[in-house]
Design a protein around this ligand. Structure first.
Ligand code: NAP
Length: 286
């Protein structure tokens, strides 16, 4: 049976570390502050918001919500971002994306103060991920993949990694972060020839395509580590990843390890967001 790479112990370890750091900030008279900017009321945004608020409050991070009605338009969103930038009690900002049709997402991302861009949505943050220079934060989901590997003592150095998916949110930044950690990285996508072979040849596979249970036994091989970032709904309406979990577990075997969905990377992403907020508060205050 493959090792199940659960998010829970990683979340617990992060909580312990962050609790101590929030206490230290408190002694310096600082409460870390997270702004949540949401346009409209999509159910998956609301669900993530509930989780983020609960996680933040459990750590003593103050949350301020900015709700922009879907019909309000770009100017209202830019006004909310300007308020976030101006408010010294806010150290980090989570803005839900994709924005509803008609909004200029890039303009909104670039308007956020890079020091508060704790989910790596602006060019300055991405430049940091790609150049290794500057002080920005990596996108939380990409950072959560590294957090998971580190927590389970899996060193990517020298390993062959295949990242399936090339979005700016996950695929590209996680590839750069793994390269920075001395992995040999291939980034695959919808035009990759013989994807299954590419995947089977890897030591570590990162799946970030948004295709429910699309990768089965023929995509994996013995001893692999599989990080499944996908959050999808299957034909029965249940949450699932990009991998066919049972097939992946069987294919990688006893020497391998797989993250389940749910209970895997998703929850770690929320904790990484909190870590970035605390770090932003430390940079601003200490
Ligand atoms: P995205 O922007 O839609 O990108 C999907 C990527 O998958 C694209 O690069 C696409 O290739 C590639 N792809 C699509 N079909 C493919 C195929 N048949 N073979 C190989 N590659 C294929 O998605 P995303 O925003 O990166 O999100 C990916 C998944 O992660 C989703 O399930 C999302 O819900 C999940 N997610 C999880 C978290 C978390 O915290 N765990 C956070 C955010 C998102 P092309 O570029 O060639 O089109």
């Amino acid at each position: 049976m493959a090792q199940e790479l659960l998010g829970k112990p990683v979340i617990a370890a992060l909580k312990e570390d962050l609790t101590a750091r929030v206490a230290a900030l408190g002694r310096a008279g600082v409460t870390p502050g997270l702004a949540i900017v949401r346009v409209g009321a999509r159910e998956d945004d609301l669900s993530y918001e509930r989780t983020a608020v609960k996680r933040a409050e459990g750590l003593g991070i103050a949350v301020r919500r900015f709700e922009v009605p879907e019909q309000a338009g770009q100017e209202a969103l830019m006004d909310a971002i300007a308020q976030v930038n101006a408010d010294e009690s806010i150290h980090g900002c989570l803005m839900f994306r994709p924005l509803p049709r008609g909004y200029d997402e890039q303009a909104a991302c670039e308007a956020l103060d890079p020091a508060k861009d704790v989910d790596g949505i602006g060019s300055a943050a991405l430049a940091r991920v790609f150049t290794g220079r500057g002080a920005g934060f990596a996108p939380c989901t990409a950072a959560a993949c590294l957090e998971m590997l580190d927590a389970y003592g899996i060193d990517p150095a020298g390993k062959r990694v295949v990242v399936v998916g090339r979005s700016l949110v996950i695929g590209k930044p996680v590839a750069m972060m793994l390269l920075e950690r001395n992995a040999t990285v291939a980034v695959c996508h919808s035009r990759t020839r013989d994807l299954e072979q590419e995947m089977r040849d890897a030591d570590i596979v990162v799946l970030a395509t948004g295709r429910a249970k699309a990768y089965g036994a023929s995509c994996f091989s013995a001893g692999q580590v599989v990080l499944d970032v996908g959050i999808n709904v299957d034909a029965e309406g249940a949450l699932c990843g990009d991998a066919d979990y049972e097939a992946a577990v069987a294919a990688v075997g006893e020497a391998g390890a797989v993250t389940p969905v749910p209970r895997g990377i998703g929850g770690v992403t929320t904790s990484v967001l909190m870590k970035h907020v605390v770090e932003a508060a430390e940079r601003a205050a200490l």
